[in-house]
Ligand binder design. Structure first.
Ligand SMILES: Nc1nc2c(ncn2[C@@H]2O[C@H](COP(=O)(O)OP(=O)(O)OP(=O)(O)O)[C@@H](O)[C@H]2O)c(=O)[nH]1
Ligand SMILES: [Mg+2]
Ligand SMILES: [Zn+2]
Length: 313
């Protein structure tokens, strides 16, 4: 069996990257369809030779996944650059915090890239300070100064995605990171008869020693639609989570319970307030939903039937 990594899937056809660097077209075995299991970009797979010239490989097996997202449809993401523009569009901190929650739930490490710093340089310090206590790495990017080598160092050996509002510079940064690698992918596209600028589908690109995928921007992202449970909100707020063990009640929601260690810390550090207020907003919004509905939505989301894994690339 031939091991490979799925770079892209379109209409039931997949591109498989082999360890020797070659990319080969493949179709999955019928059993996947019958089990309603779709191979995804980012999946590590085992293939056999099919004897078909157009699709020389058959995907026989999908290796256990670290995670599988629905939007973007990609498996095994390890890190996520959350892009936030300082202006045009103005920062949407609710979106940033929601992405942080989703990342932590799926075992993805969030990093923040503040973009378009040329448009509002004076705003950068305040925004950075808001997220300092999260411990998430933060970077700044402008058209003149793109933090290419810093970002490549974070991608090193990992599968990484961009995520953020439309117009925050995800594609601009992806292009800067890929440099000549895009040309390589372009040649493959021509061979497989696909244009190189179709960006409607998720595709993994080699960036340095890792893999990166550009994604379409979010228009809206609702935590309840993703089936996130109220008690999971805290996962997106590591700066509060670390204090939760000091609360008097084990099930403390950190809203108005007596002797809450989280509220105490927020009182002492007013700079934590904006994030704390969004924590309460999301927590109360999710508490207002029917728990069974949230669980059901969650069950419908990840492709079923595969155990999770923490293997690295
Ligand atoms: N002034 C300034 N403009 C930028 C910067 N980065 C990107 N832009 C511009 O902002 C616009 C949007 O950038 P994209 O890279 O397409 O944004 P995106 O996040 O990929 O947007 P979607 O694909 O719609 O989600 C383009 O016109 C870029 O040239 C920057 O650092 N400073
Ligand atoms: Mg884009
Ligand atoms: Zn508490």
């Amino acid at each position: 069996m031939i091991p490979g990594l799925i770079l892209r899937g379109v209409g039931g056809a997949y591109w498989i990257h082999e360890t020797n660097g070659r990319v080969t077209a493949a179709k999955p075995r019928g059993i996947f369809r019958r089990r309603r299991l779709s191979p995804l970009p980012g999946d590590r797979v085992l293939c056999s030779e099919s004897g078909d010239d157009d699709f020389p490989y058959t995907i026989e097996e999908i290796k256990p996944r670290r995670n599988a997202l629905v939007r973007p449809p990609v498996a095994n993401l390890e890190r996520c650059f959350i892009t936030v523009a300082l202006a045009d569009p103005l920062p949407d901190f609710e979106l940033v915090d929601k992405l942080g929650i989703i990342c932590r739930i799926h075992n993805i490490e969030p990093l923040i890239v503040w973009t378009k710093t040329d448009l509002a340089p004076e705003a950068l310090a305040g925004h950075r300070a808001q997220y300092l206590a999260t411990g998430w790495p933060q970077f700044a990017a402008s058209l003149e100064e793109q933090p290419v080598s810093c970002l490549l160092a974070e991608i090193n050996g990992h599968l990484v995605s961009f995520a953020g509002a439309s117009g925050t510079g995800k594609s601009t940064l992806t292009n800067a990171l890929l440099g000549e690698e895009v040309m390589e992918a372009g040649e493959i596209s021509e061979k497989l008869g696909r244009g190189r600028h179709t960006t409607r589908h998720v595709e993994l690109f080699r960036a340095g020693e890792g893999w990166i995928c550009d994604t379409p921007g979010f228009s809206s992202l609702e935590l309840d639609q993703l089936g996130i449970l109220p008690e999971e909100t805290i996962l997106g707020y590591p700066e509060f989570e670390i204090h939760a063990s000091g609360c008097r009640f084990p099930g403390c929601r950190h809203i108005q319970e007596p002797d809450c260690a989280v509220r105490r810390v927020v009182c002492d550090h007013p700079e934590l307030n904006p994030r704390y207020e969004r924590y309460i907003l999301f927590r109360e919004l999710l508490e207002a939903q029917e728990p069974w509905q949230l669980r059901r939505r969650r069950e419908l989301l990840p492709p079923p039937g595969l155990p999770m894994s923490t293997d690295r690339f």
